[in-house]
Design a protein around this ligand. Structure first.
Ligand code: ATP
Ligand code: MG
Ligand code: FE
Length: 353
């Protein structure tokens, strides 16, 4: 059973893997989007309270939907994220594990995203991952379960955050990504000149804050009509896509230098992967560099608990039942507001502390 509560979705899922494959027996999600809408972003205190109010019912529902199967393991997001929310999910998981005498492991939320493509497809290791969500923008070499090398990350905002903040300035509401994409459809991407960040840098890092400022300046000075707004949206979307494409191409070259897999997967995960224009651009460069683009279905791209259950399951299978922490030691799992994914590898999967 997986439990997720690191941001503004409370989620519980049950996942089973057998000889026939990986099965999501249930996956229930309560999104708090409507509760945060009025504030134009996630309010941590409101988020934490909402997790408290909904988690019992969600867990009950997930178990019922799954047909009350016998459980082997409880996996809960133990970071990174909004600490109040993480503590709600993790505390619930501890109570549940204790009551049922089950082992509990804390999962890095990013590891959930990293492995999410394996919920529905047989994606072999190693693969290259572009994780683009509301809070993260990273390129990772996923070498195996618990073995991640970060090739690049954002030095300021995440891609989703850039979409959300620019959409907010343009009065498109929250969450901004889908609204900005819709608005961009009738726009001319070439109308406004937008900055290109970190050009010529040899690494795979990202930066979106300059774009955000430039877009805000243009919005205040030049956006008067619907067409102006559509043109700016199209320009912003193209600029974000261009940077993601450039950095991904560099990462593909690095990945190639590190491994000699013939046809590796290029996995795109996180909510921003829903963007169709971006997907088209990423599919093209994947083809050009001999990678196969794989993106989990949308419901597993954004925050969900099936990916957390899967990450738990993958560790469970890797370690073997005997090596798992027992119920008692699972109780000392700590909630972490910050937890870089490569630390999971560095300490050889410290799945509980
Ligand atoms: P994290 O996983 O980093 O904690 P999160 O939970 O906010 O962050 P997700 O739920 O994976 O992230 O994704 C939400 C983000 O995806 C938001 O920033 C949203 O604007 C963006 N997004 C969703 N759909 C689209 C789209 N069609 N185009 C661009 N961005 C999108
Ligand atoms: Mg979210
Ligand atoms: Fe997420």
């Amino acid at each position: 059973m997986g439990i997720e509560s690191s941001c503004d979705e409370t989620a519980v899922a049950v996942v089973r893997r057998d000889d026939a494959g990986t099965h999501v027996l249930s996956s229930v999600i309560h999104s708090q989007v409507m509760q945060h809408k009025a504030y134009g972003g996630v309010v941590p205190e409101i988020a934490a309270r909402s997790h408290v109010e909904t988690i019992d019912d969600l867990a009950r529902q997930a178990l019922e939907d799954a047909g009350h199967p016998p459980l082997d393991l409880v996996a809960a997001t133990s970071g990174p994220g909004l600490i109040g929310g993480v503590m709600v999910g993790l505390s619930f998981a501890k109570g549940f594990a204790l009551a049922r005498g089950l082992p509990l492991i804390g999962i890095n939320h990013l590891e959930g995203h990293a492995l999410s493509a394996r919920l529905t497809e047989d994606v072999a290791f190693p693969f290259l991952l572009l994780l683009i969500s509301g809070g993260h923008c990273q390129l990772l070499s996923v070498k195996g379960v618990g073995d991640y090398e970060r090739l690049g990350t954002t030095i300021d905002d995440a891609a989703g955050e850039a979409f959300d903040k620019i959409a907010k300035v343009l009065g498109l509401g929250y969450p901004g990504g889908p609204a900005l994409e819709a608005c961009a459809k009738t726009g001319d991407a070439a109308r406004f000149t937008l900055p290109r960040a970190l050009l010529g840098r040899k690494d795979c890092d990202f930066s979106f804050s300059g774009l955000k400022t430039a877009a805000a300046m243009i919005a205040y000075e030049h956006v008067k009509t619907e067409q102006d707004r559509a043109d700016l949206c199209a320009g912003v979307q193209a600029a974000i896509a261009r940077q993601l494409v450039e950095r991904s191409e560099r990462a593909m070259k690095l990945f190639r230098e590190q491994t000699d897999v013939a046809d590796p997967a290029f996995v795109v995960a996180g909510g921003v992967a829903a963007n169709q224009a971006l997907r088209t651009a990423l599919t093209a460069i994947a083809q050009k560099h001999g990678f196969t683009l794989k993106a989990p279905p949308l419901k597993y791209c954004t925050d969900n608990a099936a990916m957390i259950a899967l990450a738990g399951l993958e560790h469970y299978q890797k370690l073997g039942k005997g090596a798992l922490p027992d119920t008692a030691s699972g109780m000392s799992t700590i909630a972490r507001p910050r937890w870089p994914l490569d630390e999971v590898s560095a300490a050889n999967a410290p799945i509980h502390k």
